[in-house]
Ligand binder design. Structure first.
Ligand code: EPU
Length: 420
């Protein structure tokens, strides 16, 4: 398993371009199963999760090609059963369930297990699809779903922690080919859901209320192929901004959509980070000391759970105490113990992490537990004195395209060490 070796304490300087969004491309790739025609998607990041999804599509009968950031998929014939082992590896693969049911009237996918950030239930996905007249059983670790034809209805999809991103994606995709009208109430409003909706509309789907909590989908008999460019990754942009601020550097960010992460920009400014918009770029600097800031994660347009760990790494460097509250996933604090190895002082009290900032960080070997936790450890390692080795960075490769290359171009001392 590869690791990163970071020699910290060097401010990041220079320019970086943000890649296409991981969480937008995964459901969009699933949506290509809805048509026998060819779909072309540009701006696709080369990530292990994207490669997995393409393999899953192939195991379902689609032809795929991935060259220079463009994916081409032609799912002329599709079967409802794929390679279970592959599907089990990636939680995002749950979003093939809706398209397979709509296209093949049957689907069998492995039940995604829990993961380190929480139990990750799928009850809302199943509730939504059952409301559309799918018969679903969960047996021996698999979800078996069949339908004569999906039929539109009104479904309230909100759950304990608010709306569900992939649940909304699954149901919206299924509803595009259902008979009649489907109304999804308490739909997720994340930009990734909006990008998927725009992709579906370009395929000929009829969707109203895009970007709002009420989506109205009028089913059609057939969808066609299309060309689409995926939105930039807002989480990657926020990660680089936190890294620039943590090292007190000056970084120009190209290709980001700041309107997709206004809540993060607001908090970063409160913490003393300067973010200036100039001719389609963002210039990030940190003129003085970092100030503490409290954050609570929320569904969009609130502060995203996917930036909580990176922001916590930054708050370890602030002059004072910050309270970081995680409201989306119950155990998304795996990075805390590892940040403490670097010298941070953090106490967990239920969903709150109390970060006493301002203590000096110094390098140490640390273990990445999930994608965003890994990013937080990289940020802390870049700011810490001495050498930090971040183990198990395969998590990072799932969601950040060439992260170490991008950081090296910004002047970071970071090496990928193979097989440790
Ligand atoms: N939930 C349920 N029942 C369900 C589905 C979700 O109770 O059937 C709960 C979850 O347990 C959680 C909340 O609803 O408390 C929100 O979960 P959601 O379904 O929105 O998460 P997801 O769709 O499985 C996507 C992203 C995650 C991101 C979350 C929240 C993808 C591939 N994954 O997951 O991304 O954290 O939305 O924004 O799009 C990441 O990129 O690191 C990552 C984990």
């Amino acid at each position: 398993m590869d690791s990163f070796l970071i020699e910290g304490g060097r401010p990041l300087h220079g320019e970086v371009t943000i890649s296409g969004s991981k969480n937008a491309i995964l459901p969009i790739l699933a949506a290509t199963l809805l048509t026998p025609d060819t779909c072309r998607i540009r701006g696709v990041p080369d990530l292990s999760d994207v490669r997995f999804m393409l393999q899953i599509l192939e195991s379902l009968g689609a032809e795929t090609k991935f060259e220079r950031g463009m994916v081409t998929v032609r799912a002329a014939k599709v079967r409802g059963f794929g390679d279970y082992e592959l599907i089990r590896k990636m939680r995002g693969s749950i979003c093939i369930l809706g398209p397979l049911l709509a296209r093949c009237c049957e689907a069998r996918v492995s039940l995604p297990g829990g993961c380190v950030i929480g139990t990750r239930p799928i009850d809302l996905h199943l509730k939504g699809l059952r409301a559309l007249k799918a018969r679903i059983t969960v047996e021996y670790g698999y979800i078996n779903a069949t339908t004569r034809r999906l039929a539109g209805t009104t479904v309230f999809l909100g759950g304990r922690a608010g709306p569900t991103v992939l649940g909304t994606a699954n149901l919206m995709m299924a509803a595009t080919l259902a008979t009649g009208v489907t109304v999804i109430e308490s739909a997720a409003c994340e930009p990734e859901v909006t990008d998927l909706a725009n992709f579906l509309v370009s395929m000929g789907a009829k969707i109203q209320g895009i970007g709002s909590p009420t989506l109205t989908i009028t089913g059609v008999d057939r969808l066609n192929g299309t060309d689409h460019e995926v939105i930039p990754d807002r989480i990657e942009a926020c990660t680089f901004i936190c890294a620039a601020a943590a090292t007190r550097g000056e970084v120009i960010i190209h290709g980001a959509r700041p309107d997709h992460f206004a809540a993060v920009i607001d908090k970063l400014r409160e913490a003393g980070v300067q973010i200036e918009r100039k001719a389609g770029t963002l210039r990030v600097t940190r003129p003085g000391k970092l100030k503490p800031a409290d954050v609570t994660t929320m569904p969009y347009a609130g502060f995203p759970t996917d930036v909580q760990a990176q922001f916590m790494a930054l708050m370890c460097l602030a002059q004072g105490t910050s309270v970081i509250t995680e409201r989306i996933f119950e155990s998304r604090f795996m990075h805390v113990a590892e940040l403490m190895r670097l010298g941070a002082e953090i106490a967990i009290e239920g969903p709150n992490a109390i970060v006493k900032g301002g203590l000096p960080l110094s390098g140490a070997p640390v273990m990445a537990s999930d994608l965003r936790a890994s990013a937080a450890l990289v940020i802390a390692g870049l700011a810490a004195k001495g050498k930090t080795q971040v183990h198990r960075i395969y998590h990072l490769d799932r969601g950040y395209e060439r992260m170490e290359e991008k950081l090296r171009k910004l002047g970071a001392k970071i090496l990928r060490v193979a097989g440790e």
